[in-house]
Design a protein around this ligand. Structure first.
Ligand code: SF4
Length: 249
């Protein structure tokens, strides 16, 4: 339980540490510069601009943290915060993680948990008609000859893999489930359908790429499991997918 909690908070903690480090470096430089030479008029402007940028970065990060628990009504603000999360803070945490020589997987999973919290909060109490469940091809049994990439409805529900249960669940809740063999197909599915919410299943690497790629869409990420090794007959927590559908439906 403690390990799970630490894994979840890793991303926000790393972003906060990165912001503290940036602020400390700025104030260190400003102080040393002022003590040695004082501030020239140009120097004053430069320091002021950097100071305002840091204030904006810290302020936006506080707003993003708030959005994990409080639903924000302003659409433009939400878009700005999402852009900052995926294009700025993501790299802060990634670089700090690299400096500490830590493995990427833990941070990426934490980032996905963090994103899920924001998506759940932003869409709580909303009803969505177009929910798309995006599945990876590796969920399918390796001996299965059915072309479920064309349409998951082709699955004959033999029960050898999780596709059968997901097909039944998609039918029960009247949501669309599709298998994407790669990023391009996933992008095409999203562009064609323009879903209200996406529930994406994949490994942490593909999920992070997918969530960032489709950042304008709300994507709830569900990690698959690899009992037989990566990319081969993977499994997924059906209850987690059902939990997400019930939250958005
Ligand atoms: S459950 Fe469907 S997709 Fe999976 S192995 Fe059986 S027929 Fe193929």
């Amino acid at each position: 339980m403690k390990e799970h909690y630490l894994a979840v908070i890793k991303f926000p903690v790393f972003v906060a540490l990165a912001l503290i480090a940036i602020s400390a470096v700025f104030f260190g430089f400003a102080l040393v510069g002022y003590q040695r030479l004082g501030f020239s008029p140009v120097g004053k402007v430069v320091y002021l601009i950097i100071f305002l940028l840091i204030i904006a970065l810290v302020g936006t990060w506080i707003l993003i943290l708030t959005s994990t628990h409080i639903k924000l009504k302003c659409k433009s603000l939400s878009i700005y915060m999402k852009w900052m999360l995926f294009h700025i803070y993501f790299y802060f945490a990634k670089w700090l993680n690299a400096i500490f020589f830590k493995g990427k997987a833990g941070l990426m999973e934490s980032f996905l948990h963090f994103n899920n919290e924001i998506v759940l909060t932003a869409h709580q109490d909303d009803k969505h008609e177009k929910i798309l469940i995006l599945l990876p091809h590796c969920l399918q049994g390796s001996n299965c000859k059915i072309r479920i990439t064309a349409d998951i409805i082709n699955c004959e529900e033999c029960g050898s893999c999780d596709i059968a249960v997901i097909k039944g669940m998609a039918d029960k809740y009247q949501v669309h489930a599709a298998v994407a063999t790669g990023g391009s197909l996933a992008r095409k599915l999203i562009t064609d359908e323009k879903p209200d919410v996406i529930i994406a299943v994949a490994c942490h690497r593909d999920l992070v790429d997918g969530v960032r790629d489709a950042w304008q869409f709300p994507v709830y990420a569900v990690l698959n499991e690899h009992p037989k090794g990566p990319c081969f007959e993977t499994t997924v927590s059906i209850s987690t997918i059902e939990f997400a559908i019930k939250k958005f439906i």
